[in-house]
Design a protein around this ligand. Structure first.
Ligand code: SAH
Length: 395
């Protein structure tokens, strides 16, 4: 029998609104000794079935897979993943000669909490953030294979850094199926070329979530002197050059990242492109830039991983943005982002407001940015909206 969790009285409210997490404080008791990663059935205090999902240890006790009593078998995985595929198909991403990398599965946004799958050309990269998803990775891989047929030649599991470390799984990254034609695939994003190494790179190898925002950088780059901080593989740098930037400086604290940015610029524009790759702490570098730039991109890593450190994180965002706003040339364009889930859109905007006030500049919001459509947000799970950005015009 499937193990059961019984909720405290009245604790089904959020589930009736289809929120996909059940917190440990909502649970009265368990039956059948569920272990982390098991499929569990959740019942209300009055004995009514309410959800089925993956059991976890920690503050989130269950991540819901379904609100109906259905079998979670290979047909179920195939149906869910096909649904995710259909969304990408309707976005024109599944068969696009100009864009060969995209997110196929975005966790809660695809009703699959704890699972991320990115497609890089002919390779699918799976990243599991829960033990339940890690245990189901074989079924996930099988479904992807069925859906894509010969269009996929390899499926790589890159969960060792993302599954809960205390679950004792000793996960190692490996190919679940097939062999890749290369591990340094050159993918296309809106016609721009990027070498992606999913085995060695950060996350699944590339930050796919900035695809749409990079297009906007391209639109504004004509004739501008650009600083791209926290550049990683140089996504924004390549688009800025494609848009006619006079010069682009890419800054990252990781030497490897800076090298990747330089390689990607060369891949698109040859060795003589007006590009400098700089290894430096961006928060230090930006202090002394003076008035050389009239377009600045700030895309730092998540400063706030938890609500507990929110105060410090907001100080960090404020300082960084104040430096950029103070020094950017009149008529400059600032692209500023936060990818912290713990930072709401409103809080981010208030923080940038404070930075503008400190910098004593006239600042207008031209665009409010978010994550692209292949990173959908379940309307029942607003926490899924993690990427926030503003495009500012600085007089
Ligand atoms: N803008 C990138 C993604 C940024 S990811 C893109 O479009 O792909 C965040 C990057 O910030 C990482 O590459 C990391 O190495 C870098 N980083 C982290 N702390 C930093 C710091 N203090 N100074 C400069 N770079 C930093």
């Amino acid at each position: 029998m499937t193990p059961r969790l019984i909720l405290k009285r009245g604790k089904e409210e959020s589930l009736l609104r289809r929120h996909p997490w059940i917190f440990s404080g909502a649970i009265e008791k368990s039956e059948g000794s569920p272990e982390e990663g098991d499929i569990v059935d959740v019942y209300t205090h009055d004995g009514k079935f309410i959800a089925r999902g993956h059991c976890q240890i920690g503050s989130i006790a269950v991540r819901v897979l379904t609100f109906v009593q259905e079998e979670i078998d290979s047909a179920w995985w195939l149906a869910r993943i096909r649904e995710a595929y259909r969304v990408r198909q309707s976005l024109g991403l599944t068969d696009n000669p100009q864009t060969t990398c995209y997110r196929l599965i975005h966790g809660e946004g695809d009703w699959l909490p704890g699972l991320v799958v990115d497609i890089y050309g002919e390779t699918a990269v799976i990243q599991c953030h829960s033990v339940g998803m890690f245990l189901a990775r074989g079924e996930v891989a099988e479904a992807i294979q069925k859906l894509y047929g010969r269009r996929i030649t390899a499926i790589y599991d890159k969960s060792s850094q993302t599954v809960p470390y205390n679950a004792g799984l000793n996960a190692t990254d490996s190919y679940l199926w097939g062999t890749p034609t290369t591990t340094n695939e050159v993918v296309l994003e809106n016609g721009n070329r990027f070498a992606v190494n999913w085995e060695k790179g950060q996350k699944t190898g590339f930050f796919i979530d900035q695809r749409v925002n990079r297009e906007l950088v391209k639109q504004y780059a004509q004739g501008r002197t650009v600083l791209n901080t926290f550049c990683y593989t140089g996504g924004f740098s390549v688009y800025a050059l494609a848009g006619g930037a006079v010069s682009v400086d890419s800054v990252d604290s990781s030497e490897r990242a800076v090298q990747l940015a330089a390689e990607n610029v060369e891949l698109n524009f040859g060795p003589d492109a007006p590009h400098r790759a700089i290894t430096a702490d961006a928060t230090e570098y930006i202090r002394g830039i003076g008035s050389q730039y009239d377009m600045i991109i700030l895309d730092p890593p998540a400063f706030a991983k938890h609500h507990k450190v929110l105060g410090n994180a907001m100080q960090g965002y404020k300082r960084l943005n104040a430096h950029a706003l103070r020094q950017i040339r009149p008529g400059g364009i600032l692209f500023t982002f936060s990818c912290s889930q713990a930072v709401s859109k409103e809080l981010f905007r208030t923080t940038i407001f404070s930075a503008a006030a400190i910098a004593e500049r006239n600042v207008r919001i031209l665009h409010q940015l978010t994550q692209p459509a292949d990173h959908p947000i379940s309307i029942y799970h607003p926490e899924g909206e993690y990427l926030k950005g503003l495009v500012l015009y600085v007089e």
